[in-house]
Design a protein around this ligand. Structure first.
Ligand code: FMN
Length: 308
């Protein structure tokens, strides 16, 4: 009998049963959230971005569902602060699932403070959020400046031994920032975050989000994310987690052949009505696809679109 193709993969030194994890920001700041995300079948859990101290978000409206299938949000990195890390890591350990703490900060010291707490509590890895497009001072202002990326990553990598993944967003400097993150000691890159965007109410004649600008996610950003993954992999052959607009197995496959070793799913979790099945369904289809093409495992096709 033919053996089923393997979906096992590893990224930034993290061994994964399959390539599909959740993206940061979709649940993920309490132990109940960890249980819920694990029940959806993700191979690792990424938490909401955690800052050293509790952070209040923006006033509503903070999320808009768009008619093109996209989502516009300006949550503002609301989170309870680093105290919540312990219970989340404990829960993930009980469930035997790798946990990646998404780390945020307004200064190099704040990033390091949360990263140290994550390591102390036993987290599997850290994902540095260097790319939020709507929390002033906390995200893309860092990610679009390759020198700042270098110093934040270097500083965190010097105080922790667990893998550091740099999450970068869309900017003219994304290729350069990716290179600087790797040079500074990042074991992997998550590409990309939401893209700065806005929506206007044409009757009140005002921007809809209280924050005016938000981050666009979901299917509309997928081709952009694929392009970034493809270009960064072509340049550095780095360990990459593709993120942006994954709603079906074909999107996962596309990210992998562009150069990603794993993917993160965000907006699709909100829109799905079958959260408990959709990861499993994507995995079945990915196995069938690999079998049809004659591959033994998903790792064989990472970045293969670059060679053809
Ligand atoms: C409501 C919401 C909250 C988010 N919160 C975070 C966050 O805390 N940290 C982060 O790095 N990204 C955050 N993101 C971005 C996602 O992790 C992801 O990069 C983006 O949504 C693209 O993936 P998707 O199209 O699958 O949603 C958030 C996105 C949304 C829509």
């Amino acid at each position: 009998m033919d053996q089923e193709p393997s979906l096992r993969t590893s990224v930034a030194g993290i061994e994964l049963l399959h390539p599909i994890m959740n993206a940061s920001g979709f649940l993920g700041y309490s132990k109940e959230h960890i249980r819920r995300l694990a029940s959806y079948g993700f191979s690792a859990i990424v938490t909401k971005t955690i800052t050293p101290y509790p952070k209040k978000g923006y006033d509503p409206p903070i999320i808009i569902a768009l008619s093109n299938g996209g989502l516009l949000n300006a949550v503002g990195l609301e989170n309870p602060g680093k105290e919540c890390i312990n219970e989340m890591v404990e829960e993930a350990k009980k469930l035997g699932i790798p946990i990646i703490i998404s780390v945020g900060g307004a200064t190099e010291e704040e990033f390091a403070e949360v990263a140290e707490e994550a390591e102390l509590r036993g987290a599997t890895a850290i994902e540095l959020n260097l790319s939020c497009p709507h929390a002033k001072g906390y995200g893309i202002e860092i990610g679009m400046d390759p020198q700042k990326v270098f110093s934040v990553v270097k500083n965190v990598a010097s105080v922790t031994k667990i893998p550091v993944i740099a999450k970068l967003g869309l900017s003219d400097k994304v290729l350069e920032s990716a290179g600087k993150a790797l040079e500074a000691g990042a074991s992997g890159l998550t590409l990309i975050n939401t893209i700065k965007a806005m929506a206007i109410d044409i009757y009140s004649l005002k921007p809809i989000l209280t924050n005016v600008f938000g981050g666009l996610s979901g299917p509309p950003i997928h081709p952009i994310a694929v392009r970034v993954v493809y270009e960064v992999y072509r340049e550095y052959k780095a360990d990459i987690i593709g993120c942006g607009g994954v709603t079906k197995w074909e999107d996962v496959a596309e990210f992998v052949v562009a150069g990603a070793r794993a993917v993160e799913v965000g907006t699709a979790i909100i829109f799905s009505t079958t959260q408990h099945k959709f990861v499993e369904e994507m995995l079945d289809s990915l196995r069938n696809w690999l079998k049809m093409l004659g591959f033994k495992g998903i790792e064989e096709v990472v970045g293969i679109a670059q060679k053809i």
